[in-house]
Design a protein around this ligand. Structure first.
Ligand code: GAR
Length: 197
């Protein structure tokens, strides 16, 4: 069985897409060993609980020292003994020590076509606000490996999504989730679990 850790901060719709893809057989021979949140109020933790998945919170509020926080985060991942770490809307910077330890075994979903609208400060709705402000006609999502930079690692999958007249950041975010993110992330996990390229 291929074991994954899913790291979350918020609503957890991408986590849900992974859970659903495992249930429906789109992802095979894979289990979510742990869901890790930095935020105790994340609805993603509820989703994990409902699905009977082991979920832990490594709270940024409770551990204010950055080194201590990084150690706790790495310990939570280590403990789960996983083959792949999936960042599904995880909004905390991954410690360098963890990137080195899990080289090519951490993937992230980003809600734009990298290299557009990515890097420091581009997360969640801010990405879609920037895309609309620039007036692009196409945006999308990217799954990539995590390296020491912000959104700079090798790209695994991308999917384009049309921007429509009158889109708000919320409307565009939802369309990109539905048409790209919720498909791409499970697809990337299935590929990596079965070493397809
Ligand atoms: C998703 O749109 C994901 O691509 C984005 O956060 C959202 C989390 O939603 N991630 C980033 O912006 C990372 N830079 P979710 O909690 O419902 O999956």
């Amino acid at each position: 069985m291929f074991r994954i850790a899913v790291m979350v901060s918020g609503g957890g719709t991408n986590l849900q897409a992974i859970i659903d893809a495992i249930d429906s057989g789109k992802i095979t021979d894979t289990e979510i060993a742990v869901v890790i949140s930095n935020n105790a109020d994340a609805y993603a933790l509820e989703r994990a609980k409902k699905a009977g998945i082991n979920a832990v919170c490594v709270s940024r509020k409770e551990i204010s020292d950055r080194d201590a926080y990084n150690k706790a985060l790495i310990a939570a991942v280590d403990e789960a003994n996983v083959d792949l770490v999936v960042l599904a809307g995880f909004l905390v910077v991954i410690p360098e020590e963890m990137i080195q330890k899990y080289r090519n075994r951490i993937i992230n979903i980003h809600p734009s076509l990298i290299p557009s609208f990515c890097g420091t400060g581009y997360y969640g709705l801010k990405v879609h606000e920037a895309a609309l402000a620039r007036g692009v006609k196409v945006s999308g999502a990217t799954v990539h490996f995590v390296d020491e930079g912000t959104d700079t690692g090798p790209i695994i999958l991308q999917k384009a999504v049309e921007v429509k007249d009158g889109d708000t950041p919320e409307v565009l975010q939802r369309r990109i989730m539905e048409e790209a993110e919720w498909k791409l992330l499970p697809q990337a996990i299935q590929m990596l679990a079965h070493k397809e390229s």
